[in-house]
Design a binder for this molecule. Structure first.
Ligand SMILES: [Zn+2]
Length: 274
């Protein structure tokens, strides 16, 4: 069975544009020629199409080269305040980026739809979604089951054909503790990856030599794996990965039966360091 490598580049937006370009080149130099670009449709409420036409053009070019674009929230900033303890979980998970916890289902649906529309207006057609800070709510999962072909949390990729269990190897840079603890933890976790290895890269990782060294180690460990996008994972059939137990096709994406409370608690335990 082919072993796969899915690399996701987070937080692609005007401020990270030049860094994102460098990272894509850095990855190509290391044999990773297919990347999933997580794009923020309207950081600070400014749609990227109007604010950064150069970024929009580059994203279309990258898609033509084989990368894919996925929607990364709408503004990538928390605006509502979830009830405790969800708020505590959300702030651990995504800090100020946790956009969806605390929103009403209607607000969440509006944000998902607006982000999708803004990306489509610049000829990008994301099939997938990753919540900022990996902070999901039950309502958001239900919305995404209708609006997108896949969405990914820190432990699995949820597709219309079922869930793929694979932890995201994700370094943290938002606090000193995360900066120092996450590299050894992620290195250790990478030894236990199965058929699918998920590596998350944040533009801020490249401010930290220790993070870059860790990413080099992960990519060395991934040597021989086939680079794929998350879109590849969602339209699967050919990839031959086992699905999670009890996840029949179709409806599994819809409710998934995930209880938000236990989901959130599990997220705390396994949450890397977004
Ligand atoms: Zn993000």
């Amino acid at each position: 069975m082919t072993e796969l490598l899915a690399v996701a580049l987070h937080d692609v937006e005007p401020r990270s544009f030049s860094r994102a370009r460098e990272i894509v080149t850095w990855l190509a130099d290391r044999g990773v020629d297919r990347v999933t670009l997580l794009v923020i449709p309207a950081p600070d409420l400014h749609p990227i199409g109007a604010r950064a036409p150069g970024l929009a053009a580059w994203l279309r070019y990258r898609v033509a080269c084989g990368d894919v674009v996925a929607q990364h929230g709408l503004v990538h900033r928390a605006s509502a305040r979830a009830r405790w303890p969800r708020s505590a979980v959300a702030s651990w998970q995504g800090g100020a980026a946790a956009e969806f916890p605390g929103l009403s289902p209607e607000d969440a649906a509006r944000r998902v739809a607006t982000g999708l529309r803004l990306l489509r207006e610049i000829e990008l057609h994301p099939r997938g979604f990753v919540a900022p800070g990996y902070a999901y709510t039950r309502a958001l999962r239900a919305i995404l089951a209708e609006s997108h072909d896949w969405f990914a949390d820190v432990r699995r990729v949820c597709t219309r054909e079922g869930d793929l269990r694979a932890p995201a190897l994700c370094l943290g840079s938002s606090t000193k503790l995360k900066r120092s603890l996450s590299p050894p933890l992620i290195r250790a976790a990478s030894r236990a990856t199965g058929e699918l290895m998920r590596i998350d890269i944040h533009p801020a990782d490249f401010d930290l030599p220790g993070h870059v060294a860790t990413l080099e180690t992960l990519l060395r460990r991934a040597d021989g794996r086939k680079p794929v996008t998350y879109d590849d994972l969602s339209s699967k059939q050919g990839l031959g990965l086992p699905r999670g137990p009890g996840q029949p096709p179709g409806p599994s994406l819809r409710g998934s039966g995930h209880d938000e409370g236990s989901e959130a608690a599990a997220g705390v335990r396994s949450m890397p360091f977004a």
